[in-house]
Design a protein around this ligand. Structure first.
Ligand code: XLS
Ligand code: NI
Ligand code: NI
Length: 434
């Protein structure tokens, strides 16, 4: 035991009337919702990078946090691992996620860096024998080091492609050995700063080749988890190829990979793309590629990917509706890709962030489940499309030609009458279940 969280007891479910700030008020992991445990619906995960690697910097100032493992090399990395699992245990967190670079310092060569990461992964494996926390997904950091400034798989320099391959190979293998449920690829540098120096089609071909190599290696080592692409339109690059769910699907289709890969949708990235979170979920559901979620929120005034913990259940009910209608997230879950603010210096702040986030998700889940159980909402939307059940409408979809359809309009004097879309009615209906 370290003394990092000294004096803090494990967070328990105490119900909505409890005044204790470090208790779950709504997140009750064993509560059954639509026939499934709440924890199995949400499958929440803590993100190693935000809670343990991020130092509290912003564009105008550096480190604000003073963690005992900062700047201490491998000894610090081991301490960080201890503290991370202490936090997972305190929160009763069923999953975590990490990048290679989050857990161990980079060495002078790829081999040295990989050796450092491997040592910490072995420590994780040992800790996972006594902790209940499992790996939701692993990933490689292909964006922080300056070698990646012009991209990883899409770098004009093939040596960078090769280096990235060396990192991903190891992280895939580590993810597999730790029993990870998914492997994530987020391409923060896969895009461009200016089109003036960029061969777009070449870069897309290289990105597809890289992804194919990842899929092949996953199969070769027997990794049966899901490979996920995490869309984001920009930041850090001016433009990122994995712009949003629809763009990713187009990319996967172009290269014949749409059956092999799903998406990890992040709330804040959806906003950056000019969409709502539920829009991205609905598109992924429509294409059959909904894999997992990065839960957070942006500060809507700043227009930046601020990675704050979610705090508005009302906003998330339509999102959970999409997830429940998708039949859940399968292998996926809700990774808190969220960090406490740079003034939130105390170890307890890390717990407040996660506790609040989980309570918000629990309320949204229950709201969406109640909405579905009530049935009025689905009935109203189905009624809007009921005309498509008639034989004439079905014939348009299956057999009639354009000329047949035109002739029928004349013959039967088809004359559509506009009907209300009932938006306000539906908004009010959903608010009843928040
Ligand atoms: C950054 C991304 C990143 C991925 C993992 O905006 O959200 O944190 O989730 O590389
Ligand atoms: Ni993000
Ligand atoms: Ni993310």
């Amino acid at each position: 035991m370290t003394d990092f969280f000294k004096g803090i007891s494990p967070v328990k479910f105490e119900g909505p009337s409890s005044a204790s700030p470090l208790a779950y008020h709504h997140y009750n992991k064993d509560e059954m919702v639509l026939g499934k445990r709440m924890e199995d619906h949400i499958r929440p995960a803590a993100a190693y990078w935000h809670s343990f690697a991020w130092e509290g910097g912003d564009p105008f100032g550096g480190r604000t946090f003073d963690r005992p493992w900062f700047g201490k090399g491998m000894e610090g990395a081991r301490l960080k691992a201890d503290v991370a699992f202490e936090m997972f245990d305190l929160l009763d967190m069923p999953f975590f996620c990490f990048h290679d670079a989050d857990v161990a310092p980079e060495g002078a060569t790829l081999a040295e860096s990989n050796k450092n990461v491997r040592e910490i992964a072995d420590i994780f494996a040992k800790k996972m024998q006594t902790s209940r926390t499992r790996l939701l997904w692993g990933t490689a950091n292909l964006f922080s080091n300056r070698r990646y400034m012009s991209g990883a798989a899409t770098n004009p320099d093939p040596d960078v492609f090769a280096y990235a391959a060396g990192q991903v190979k190891q992280m895939l293998e580590i993810t597999h050995q730790l029993g990870g449920s998914n492997y994530v690829l987020w391409g923060g540098r896969e895009g461009y700063e200016t089109l003036l120096n960029t061969k777009v089609r070449d870069e897309l071909d290289h990105a597809a080749r890289f992804l194919t190599l990842v899929i092949e290696h996953a199969k070769k080592i027997g990794f049966t988890g899901t490979i996920l692409i995490e869309p984001k339109p920009q930041e850090p690059s001016k433009h990122q190829y994995d712009y949003d769910v629809a763009t990713v699907y187009g990319f996967l289709k172009t290269y014949g990979l749409e059956k092999e890969v799903k998406v990890n949708i992040e709330v804040g990235h959806a906003f950056l793309a000019g969409h709502s979170f539920e829009h991205e979920l609905a598109m992924a559901r429509a294409f059959g590629i909904l894999g997992s979620v990065d839960a957070n929120r942006n500060d809507l005034q700043s227009g930046w990917d601020t990675d704050q913990f979610p705090n508005n259940p009302a906003e998330l009910v339509p999102a959970f509706y999409q997830i429940l209608k998708n039949g859940g997230l399968g292998n996926g879950g809700f990774n808190f890709d969220a960090k406490v603010r740079r003034q939130s210096l105390d170890p307890a702040d890390l717990l407040h962030g996660h506790v609040g986030g989980l309570d918000v998700l629990a309320r949204a889940l229950k709201g969406a489940a109640a909405l579905i159980s009530d049935g009025t909402y689905d009935k109203t939307v189905d009624a809007r499309y009921a005309g498509w059940q008639t034989p004439a409408a079905q014939a348009m979809l299956k057999s009639e030609s354009l000329a047949d359809i035109a002739a029928r309009v004349d013959k039967e004097n088809v004359n559509p009458q506009p009907r209300s879309g009932q938006q306000e009615y539906l908004e009010n209906l959903i608010n009843r279940f928040v």
